[in-house]
Design a protein around this ligand. Structure first.
Ligand code: LLP
Length: 455
C-alpha cells in the first residue's frame, strides 16, 4: 500500500480502531459470526462464510440472516409478554417474501403502506386480521383491496380520506375498521427526514381536530372506530418519545371513553433503532417493553407496534467486490461494484454503514478512503474518509446494517439490475431472488410501432 503513495492518509488513520477489529467484540449485533479459516478469520452469517455465498451468487448481493431476524422478533415479543400486543412488521423495511413468511410464521402481522405491500403480505400468508394499513395517501382500489382482505385497521390521516373510505365501505357493503393516525407533535431527535411526528410534517391528524374526527367516525355509517395510532419517526433508541406520544394521545382516549366509545387497539408505531457503528448504543428492549407495558397497563386495549428496522436492519449485509482504486491530490478512493442504486442511505441521509472486509486482514495498514460505487453521481458513496485496511482489487467487503431500507429502496439507475437476495439459516443458504439480467430489463420495454416514422 505504501507504494501507492497514500502515506499522508495512512498516518492519520493509524490512531483509530478499525471497524473489523471493533466489531469482533460483538459480531452478533451485526448479525455476523467470525469463523476460522486456516490462520485467518472470515465473516459468516448463520454458519455460512460470506465467501461461499459470493462464490455462488457473485456481487453485489444482499445476504440475510434468518436467525438474527427471528431473534429480534422473539426479543421484542418477550419484552411485551403478558400484555396483549400485536407486532405488525413494517414491511417497507424489507419486503422479501421469505422474510415476510418467516416473520408471519412466528406470529407477526404486517404494517403496509400500499396495495402492493398488501399483496405481498397476503402472498406470504399473513392474514388480513393481522394487517394494518398506514400511509398518507391511499387510492380507491387500494382501499377496496384492503377492505376485501379484512385488514385489522385502515389508518386514516385526514377528514378527506375518512369520507373516501366511508364511500368505499358503503359501495362494498362492509364496515371499515378505522384507526385515526394522530400527529402528536413529538420530536424524536433523529434525522429530519425520519421525524414524522412533528406538526410541520405531512403525517397524521393535528391533535386539535382529533377528538372531533374520532366522534365523527363513530357516527358515520360504514365506519367503525377501532383504534388510534401514531408513528413519530425512526432510529429512536429509548422508550421516552413513545411515552411522550402516549401522554399526548391519552386525553383523546379518555374523552372517547367518556362518550362510551372503546377502542380495540392503540398503535404506537415503529421506529426502534439499531446500532450502525461498532460503538453505537443498543436498545435495551426488555426495559423498553417494561416501560410501555407499565404505561399502558390501565388501557383495556391491545397494543400494536410497527417495527421495521429493529427486526431486520442488522439481519442483512450487502456484499460488494473491490473493482479498483484511485487517488487524487485530496483523497483515496476504493471503487466497489455495489452502488447508490443498491444502497441509497448514505447519499440520502448521510447514513453511516460499517464496512468490513469479508476476510479479516492481517497486518494491513489503515487508509482513510472514500468507498464509492461506479454510478455517475458524486452522491454515489458508501463511506467517506473512512479508515479501512487497504483492500486489494478482487477483495470482498461487507456493508453492514443493510437488512432494512437497502433492497427496498434500490433502483436500476445506470441500468444496474437489482442485486440478488440470499437467505441464510443454520448453515444453509438459498438464493431467494436471482440476479436479474440486463436483457430482462430491456425486454420489459416496447418500441411504439410509429417510432420508425420519426426517423
Ligand atoms: N410505521 C410507519 C407508519 C412508518 O412510516 C414507518 C417508517 C415504520 C412504521 C417503520 O419505521 P422503522 O421501525 O423501520 O424505523 N428509509 C428510511 C426510513 C424511513 C422510514 C419511513 N417510515 C431509512 O433508510 O432510514
Amino acid at each position: 500500500m505504501s507504494s501507492q503513495g497514500l502515506e499522508s492518509s495512512t498516518a492519520s488513520a493509524q490512531d483509530v480502531t478499525p471497524d473489523h477489529l471493533a466489531i469482533a467484540a460483538t459480531p452478533k449485533r451485526f448479525g455476523l459470526e467470525l469463523q476460522a479459516r486456516g490462520d485467518a478469520r472470515e465473516l459468516a452469517i448463520d454458519g455460512v462464510p460470506l465467501r461461499a455465498i459470493v462464490e455462488a451468487v457473485g456481487t453485489p448481493a444482499y445476504v440475510y440472516s434468518a436467525s438474527h431476524i427471528a431473534g429480534q422478533l422473539q426479543a421484542l415479543k418477550a419484552a411485551f409478554a403478558g400484555r396483549p400486543t400485536l407486532i405488525c412488521y413494517a414491511i417497507k423495511a424489507n419486503s422479501a417474501q421469505p422474510i415476510l413468511r418467516l416473520l408471519g410464521q412466528l406470529g407477526a402481522g404486517a404494517d403496509i403502506v400500499s396495495g402492493g405491500e398488501l399483496e405481498r403480505a397476503l402472498a406470504a400468508g399473513i392474514p388480513g386480521s393481522r394487517i394494518v394499513y398506514s400511509g398518507v395517501g391511499k387510492r380507491p382500489e387500494e382501499l377496496d383491496a384492503a377492505l376485501g382482505a379484512g385488514v385489522r385497521g385502515v389508518h386514516v390521516e385526514s377528514a378527506g380520506e375518512l369520507a373516501q373510505l366511508a364511500a368505499r365501505a358503503r359501495a362494498l357493503g362492509v364496515v371499515a375498521p378505522v384507526a385515526l393516525r394522530l400527529n402528536p407533535d413529538i420530536d424524536p431527535k433523529t434525522h429530519p427526514y425520519l421525524a414524522t411526528g412533528l406538526r410541520k410534517t405531512k403525517f397524521g391528524i393535528p391533535m386539535q381536530g382529533a377528538l372531533e374526527l374520532a366522534l365523527q367516525v363513530a357516527r358515520t355509517e360504514g365506519l367503525r372506530l377501532v383504534g388510534l395510532t401514531c408513528h413519530i419517526g425512526s432510529q429512536i433508541m429509548d422508550a421516552q418519545p413513545f411515552l411522550d406520544s402516549l401522554a399526548r394521545l391519552r386525553p383523546v382516549i379518555d374523552s372517547l371513553a367518556r362518550a362510551n366509545i372503546s377502542l380495540d387497539y392503540l398503535d404506537l408505531g415503529g421506529g426502534l433503532g439499531i446500532p450502525y457503528a461498532p460503538g453505537d448504543e443498543v436498545v435495551d428492549v426488555a426495559s423498553f417493553g417494561r416501560q410501555l407495558v407499565d404505561a399502558t397497563a390501565d388501557l383495556g386495549m391491545e397494543l400494536v407496534l410497527e417495527p421495521g428496522r429493529f427486526l431486520v436492519g442488522n439481519g442483512g449485509v450487502l456484499v460488494t467486490r473491490v473493482i479498483g482504486h484511485k487517488r487524487n491530490d485530496e483523497r483515496a478512493f476504493v471503487i466497489v461494484d455495489g452502488a447508490m442504486n443498491d444502497l441509497v442511505r448514505p447519499a440520502l441521509y448521510s447514513a453511516h454503514h460499517t464496512i468490513v472486509p469479508a476476510v479479516v486482514p492481517g497486518d494491513v495498514p489503515l487508509v482513510r478512503a472514500d468507498i464509492v460505487g461506479p454510478v455517475c453521481e458524486c452522491g454515489d458513496f458508501f463511506a467517506r474518509d473512512r479508515p479501512i485496511p487497504w483492500p486489494a482489487v478482487g477483495d470482498v467487503l461487507a456493508v453492514l446494517g443493510c437488512g432494512a431500507y437497502a433492497m427496498t429502496m434500490a433502483s436500476t439507475y445506470n441500468t444496474r439490475p437489482i442485486a440478488p437476495e440470499v437467505l441464510v439459516s443454520r448453515g444453509r443458504f438459498a438464493v431467494t431472488r436471482p440476479r436479474r439480467a440486463v436483457a430482462e430489463l430491456i425486454a420489459e420495454e416496447r418500441y411504439p410501432e410509429w417510432l420508425s416514422s420519426l426517423a
